[in-house]
Design a protein around this ligand. Sequence first.
Ligand code: FAD
Length: 508
Amino acid sequence: MQRTTIGPSNRIVVVGGGLSGLTAALYLRGAGREVTVLEAAETPGGRVATETVGINRFDTGATILTMPELVHAPMSAVGINADEAARRLDLIDVDPTYHMRYADGTTLNLHRDIDDLAAAIADTFGNDASDGYRNLTDWLARLYDAEFDRFINRNFDSAISIARDRKTRTAAAQLVRLGALGKLSSTVGRHITDERLLRAFTFQALYAGVPPERARAVYAVIAHMDISMGVYYPRGGMGRVAEEMVAALTGAGGRCELGTAADRVEWDGNRVQAIGTSDGRRWPCDAVVFTTDTPVTRRLLGDKPTGRSRKIVYSPSAVVAHGVVPRSVTAGWPGGHHTLDFGAAWSQTFRELTARGGRGRLMSDPSLLINRPGLSDPDHSITAAGESVTVLAPCPNLDSAPLPWRELSRPYVHEVLAVLEARGYHGIRDTFEIAKVDDPGTWAAKGMAAGTPFSAAHTVRQTGPLRTPNLVPGTDNVVLAGSSTVPGVGIPPVLVSGRLAAARITGD
Ligand SMILES: Cc1cc2nc3c(=O)[nH]c(=O)nc-3n(C[C@H](O)[C@H](O)[C@H](O)COP(=O)(O)OP(=O)(O)OC[C@H]3O[C@@H](n4cnc5c(N)ncnc54)[C@H](O)[C@@H]3O)c2cc1C
């Protein structure tokens, strides 16, 4: 039996209407609780949003949706079956999931289907590489099976509780046998040796905030979720995920109050008895779920500790430029919906992005993600003004490199556009009409620690039972969800975190 909040739990306030908060709210409503989501912004979704600037729409947060069944499940909790949830989300299959472009001119399309990808790898890298990929993909599937339900998709009360559970011990032994505690690069490198191909299955370590040669092999599951389990795109934009979740919640009698920022917590001893919002209203509750980033949660909780007191190491950040480019220009570009355009440098890039103590640097030879949703969903991302194009350049967070982003942001975007121009995106430098740029300064202004939207890095000391826990010590009725807590960062983990937070209130 997992630990839960103490005392009554009929009225729940969820602070934050991102995907973690909406998931928690749906499960809680499905379990018969009165649920109110308080969301500071005028639209739900948080870091999974679609914004209109001018006449074009842009995905301003996440662009890669994996494991949509984790969105269907909380909708099912309020009576919307998986088929109906899938119909409402109207997901487009994105295949290839990624287009890889390497500095030497090689390209590779990462297909979801194992035979298609094996054939593409054989064409580009030869039959040995293709066989190595088949072995790798089998290993990845076994890693995922041993890891997901036993270590990611469940609440842990302590490291001791893990050791006591027989099935978990068996899964842990299986992970050790699979080499999950080895280093990511060298473990994946047992199956594939070509350095370019290795990148396709290890670049995801950046999502975990750790260089592939230092990250544990256990993080290879992200590649499995991304490549083998497929990438989807909701017709109309990523923001539709939250819209459909809100519709499901309100349709089932829950509430979602937009434009309503929590700004104070009323305590009765160790219990939160109400949340106050900046419009002067008061929201009485029996329990509260905070999905805000650590600095905001800490401010709201005052002197209550939010789990770990040691200094948190944060993931790298990103500069994200959204712009409109004429179709006559984009028509000649390489790549697809999601293109990873690698520089020749690799280990050095990770060193630059993750160096600690002010020693971080901008990438000297950038690897960039280019998103063109119009290639999957032209009706919503191509207008008379042109095609919506988003360029994401990873960069150090503000702890790693406290750069003057207010002055640096636009010149850096122009530098990145010049790099892309030289790599074959002809016309981008002169025609990319900037609609919006987010950088570490803008993420910090939204309350995100160290100016990164990717929260605490998945270092060994910040993973699993060592990550900030979702029950807040010293409180009776406060639960955390979202990327700052367990299990981690990204859409699938925060959807899981919402379910785990709800289970901390409702019990098994
Ligand atoms: C540019 C970018 C690209 C990304 N790419 C991907 C990707 O491709 N695939 C992927 O899986 N993940 C990606 N991610 C990560 C993923 O989007 C996040 O990990 C996840 O969406 C975080 O969800 P959350 O619920 O924890 O937080 P949020 O989505 O941030 O939700 C928290 C909510 O709380 C609200 N809030 C804050 N303060 C208050 C307050 N005082 N009162 C009330 N509400 C408040 C915020 O407005 C926000 O809506 C990306 C993120 C970014 C920013």
